[in-house]
Design a binder for this molecule. Structure first.
Ligand code: NAP
Length: 318
């Protein structure tokens, strides 16, 4: 797969960019925006004193503030990189500072809820282009970010119908500049697709690690000591940020419950195959799933190299 992170742009996509929330995603965006000259000037706005202090120490952006209205003033683009559950209140708080013609976007892992939380607070004079970079790690905070996080990963845009085409093209250019491949779809379709590819796998990981921790017949130290590749991979996913994932499940209820229903039915049929020693059913199922893994590797979305537990700074689509 070609490396899309080429040389810095001659002209930045945005003269002035404001990033709200400087955690894993916000700080990765700040790093790549700096490295690739995607923005002429970057302001970071974060609610946390510690995060703001760290952003200054790391020299990630040009200006850091805790005041959202001051931070978004004069910005050509404002990208919310905060947990899904607070996007509505942040949109409401920043409203009075927004410049006419500014592009407002976000990186939330759920899209329908973001649109309904944010849209009512945005003035008609701005352009709203929600986005979700399908890239992440189980780490949080400004130290966890890195500039290649979005490289060769998909970024899904869910612009409202009739949204200004130039604004959509500009956000697309920004994400392509960060190394991503960009696709557009409706918020509802995004939420259904991500429910099965990301949200349900996280729920399963949280559940299996919790079940193992609660086992009485197997001690916790045995679970840790004998954690085979499969379980260890689940523990990595189950270490993901509790705030982020609480908000994902609370804000994509319908699609997750739909996928969970299908998952439970399919699990019952595997359970039945084991109970009745139906080796053919198990073999056929595992052969079909192995082919899916191979096609993910073929399209360059993962590597076949064994990397149980993953090394630091490797990314995983979320
Ligand atoms: P993170 O590392 O926890 O960073 C979020 C930052 O936002 C923190 O510094 C947090 O401060 C700050 N914040 C919280 N509420 C705020 C508010 N009201 N105003 C200003 N700042 C506020 O989270 P993240 O992993 O970057 O996730 C951010 C967003 O990206 C989420 O919507 C998530 O769904 C999406 N996303 C995440 C991933 C992933 O793998 N992590 C992947 C794709 C998309 P405190 O530390 O004080 O709370």
């Amino acid at each position: 797969m070609p490396d899309r992170l080429g040389p810095p742009l001659e002209t930045p996509v945005f003269a002035r960019l404001a990033l709200i929330g400087l955690g894993l995603i916000g700080s990765s965006l700040a790093r790549v925006a700096r490295q690739k000259n995607l923005a002429g000037h970057i302001t970071a706005i974060d609610a946390s004193d510690a995060v703001r202090a760290r952003a200054i120490e790391l020299g990630l952006v040009d200006h850091v503030t805790g005041d959202v209205v001051e931070g978004v003033r004069d910005a050509d683009a404002v990208i919310l990189c905060v947990p899904v559950g607070v996007c509505g209140q942040v949109a409401k708080a920043m409203r009075s500072g927004l410049k006419r013609g500014a592009i407002i976007s976000d990186v939330g892992s759920v899209k329908g809820s973001i649109v309904s939380q944010m849209a009512p607070h945005l003035p008609e004079t701005v352009h709203f282009v929600p986005a979700h970079p399908v890239a992440g790690t189980e780490q949080s905070g400004p130290d966890a970010g890195f500039p290649t996080l979005f490289l060769n990963r998909w970024c899904i845009l869910t612009p409202p119908e009739g949204q200004n085409a130039d604004a959509i093209a500009t956000i697309r250019a920004f994400w392509e500049g960060a190394g991503s491949m960009v696709e557009e779809m409706s918020p509802a379709h995004h939420d259904l697709v991500l429910a099965i590819t990301s949200h349900l796998p996280h729920l399963i990981a949280y559940n299996i690690v919790g079940t193992a921790a609660d086992l009485e017949a197997v001690t916790q130290s045995e679970v840790i000591k004998f954690s085979a590749g499969g379980f260890r991979d689940f523990t990595r996913i189950a270490a993901s940020d509790p705030t982020m994932w609480r908000d994902v499940f609370l804000n994509n209820k319908e699609a997750v419950l739909e996928m969970l229903g299908r998952f439970t039915e399919d699990l019952s049929s595997l359970q039945r195959a084991i109970r009745y020693s139906d080796g053919e059913a198990l073999f056929n199922h595992f052969t079909r799933t192995r082919a899916i893994r191979r096609s993910i590797i073929e399209i360059g979305q993962d590597s076949s190299a064994p990397d149980f537990g993953r090394q630091p700074k490797t990314d995983s689509p979320q």
